[in-house]
Design a protein around this ligand. Structure first.
Ligand SMILES: Nc1ncnc2c1ncn2[C@@H]1O[C@H](COP(=O)(O)OP(=O)(O)OP(=O)(O)O)[C@@H](O)[C@H]1O
Ligand SMILES: [Mg+2]
Length: 324
């Protein structure tokens, strides 16, 4: 019977370790034992990846036995809806408090039509907990925005853009993708952490025929995706490519929001992972894609999307987000 020791930190910061464990879990063909003895901390990225894996194992009728999990982590993982039906019903979990002011449990999005609603929930869960800011705060005289509005703007852009990517690009390549999302605000570090995991086509399938792809590798496709105007490339427009409806700026704008707020972002697809501003590293693989980030909330609320878009080399049209 296969037995897997989960890593101490199944997190975005430890993406290769997380994906190694996920890969081994997915390879199980009979009852699997997951040993949580080493577990110290799990973040939204780890929760969403395990949730996706748990769903696949359950779909294949592979039982999973959870052993040696620290109680508080087991109840947190369960609280975040990351265990599917893996947990035996005898486990005591305590009362469930509504925490939608500070987190969004792992939530599965199965169609592009749901993405606006989920983007709204993700955004709301990360600004709702601003207990230091009264709900009826007067708007700033210069910007005419409250601090809540100011935080909503970049978050809404990020979540709308990343969820659109899953359904638009997966759909173009014959997939009917789903996305698993999860987010939490950590007040002591002022960090917003979130993840979007999908089971769509992955970056290489999406960009494999792009004329600027230097080699057919997952690492090269991830790097290319971050380049400005990748899908608005005139060569592709002339060819009438299906990419032509997009401007190719979404990931660039998201990555600039991350760097301007001095946050961190990770992308994994196929056998490669990249942390923004660093080299790609090999992983044991995730067939589709994962995008995770952690952003300091105080700096994030100072970022205006139109200013980010003005930093692009060629003019682009700012998206209209209707979050009313
Ligand atoms: N979740 C994903 N799965 C597969 N490929 C993706 C995914 N996200 C992005 N890509 C690839 O990365 C490229 C760049 O993404 P980006 O969001 O910057 O541009 P776009 O979606 O093409 O255009 P825009 O965002 O301006 O509408 C996409 O064209 C696509 O090929
Ligand atoms: Mg996009």
């Amino acid at each position: 019977m296969p037995r897997i020791a989960l890593p101490g930190y199944p997190t975005a910061r430890n993406l290769p370790g997380l994906l190694a464990a996920a890969r081994r879990m997915m390879q199980a063909s009979c009852e699997l034992t997951c040993d949580g003895d080493n577990l110290k901390f799990i973040d939204p990225c780890g929760l969403a990846v395990f949730s996706c894996v748990a769903e696949r194992l359950m779909a294949c009728d592979i039982p999973v036995l959870l052993v040696n999990f620290p109680d508080e982590l087991l109840s947190y993982i369960s609280r975040m809806d990351a265990l599917g039906n893996l947990l035996d019903t005898k486990t005591e979990l305590g009362a469930r408090r509504d925490r939608h002011d500070a987190l969004l449990e792992v939530s599965k999005v199965s169609s592009g039509q749901e993405s606006d609603e989920i983007a709204r929930m993700l955004t709301g869960s990360l600004i709702g907990g601003m207990s230091d800011i009264p709900e009826d705060e007067e708007p700033d005289a210069m910007t005419c925005m409250t601090r809540r509005d100011a935080l909503e703007e970049p978050l809404a852009y990020i979540f709308t853009e990343l969820l659109d990517n899953v359904f638009q690009h997966g759909g173009k390549h014959g997939f009917e993708p789903s996305a698993w999302v999860c987010a939490q605000y950590y007040p002591t570090s002022d960090l917003v952490r979130f993840v979007i995991v999908d089971d769509g086509c992955g970056f290489l399938a999406s960009l494999g025929e792009h004329p600027d792809l230097p080699e057919k590798s997952d690492a090269a496709a991830i790097r290319l995706a971050l380049k400005e105007k990748v899908s608005g490339n005139p060569t592709l427009l002339m060819r009438g490519s299906e990419h032509s409806a997009n401007q190719g700026i979404g990931l660039t704008v998201v990555s600039r929001i991350v760097s301007m707020s001095r946050g961190r972002m990770w992308i994994a697809s196929g056998d490669a992972a990249l942390e923004l501003g660093r080299q790609t590293v090999p992983t044991d693989g995730w067939q589709s894609s994962i995008l995770a980030a952690e952003l300091p909330r105080g700096r994030l609320m100072k970022i205006r999307i139109h200013q980010v878009i003005e930093t692009l080399d060629a003019p682009a049209i700012a998206p209209k987000l209707d979050f009313s």
